[in-house]
Design a protein around this ligand. Sequence first.
Ligand SMILES: [Ca+2]
Ligand SMILES: [Ca+2]
Length: 360
Amino acid sequence: MSSRKHRLSMPAHRGFSVVELMIAMVLGLVLMGGVIQVFLSTKQAYNLNEEMAWIQENARFSVGFMAEDMRMAGYYGCASRATSVANVLDDPDSSWVTDFGKGLHGYDGDANSFPSAVFPRPVTASLPNSLPRTDVFTIHKADLDNSFQVTGHNPNSAVIDVQGNHNYPKGTILIVSDCHHSAVFQTTGNGTNKVNHNKGNSVAPGNCTKGLGLPVICSANGTGYTYKEDAFIMRAIGHAYYIDTASNGVPALFRESLNTGGSTTTAEEMVQGVENMQVQYGLDSNGDSIPDRYMDADDISDAQWESDVVTARITLLLRSLTELANDPQDFTYMGTTYTPTDNYVRRVFSTTVKLRNRGV
Ligand SMILES: [Ca+2]
Ligand SMILES: [Ca+2]
């Protein structure tokens, strides 16, 4: 019995030959290499999918909130036509933020007149120089969600009484509107149930007159106008959208907003990955509110901004957060195909916005 057991266990002690071991090792390595290959390509596909989803989500969010904001550009209450709005701020054209005569306005990135001292732009050295330079647009409107009914107005003492307690600190730019007129002014008082519209520069930039009527005459009394109880006071909104580089080096969509309590602005980073923005404006030339041609901002006259611009087409170029691709990826933007010198993946998104306060 014991000898049989001994014979049976013999092969177990024989082991592998060196050749067998080497073959096994080589096979193992090949197998492992295959597994690593599959793992890496799965990981790459996963990263690509994840970043594409990130780009999609950012694009949807960017165009969504810009379109919503832009739709109400030029809304100054019941009387929104530029010809019925008296902007009594002192020297309102000196800065985009106080220029409430412009509900929607744009700056073409490729125009010599682009205000590069006011709006920063990202440096994207890995993109061809022929790519259009990023554009900027500004929006002015009244904040309907932040409004108070007028309960009385004494134009001589420059006091408007409102229903309830408002939260507008002294210096806040406000809009008062009934269905005939609107006026943009800075409140010069601290009262919680009244606002003051005195002339002077106790707040910056101040009001050039206390008269809220049209035409605006920059004198002590100017052109008087009395707002009645059908009027509302609303906070004035000023937004500028532009592209700059975020603190982590990624290009991003930024928004600069008018603050309360003065004419200062605060810049906020809105969405990362937005590398370039092109805005073209639809102009209606026959009064049917349907655009007949699209133009760049620098080709549009002041009069056309006020009367003819009825739509805007926003096109965004977004890129991945990391250089996902193995080599430079061509992309087509504004009708031209470009080859970058980096390995980011890019996508283009576009939307057209109809301005509600223009046309019929
Ligand atoms: Ca442009
Ligand atoms: Ca038309």
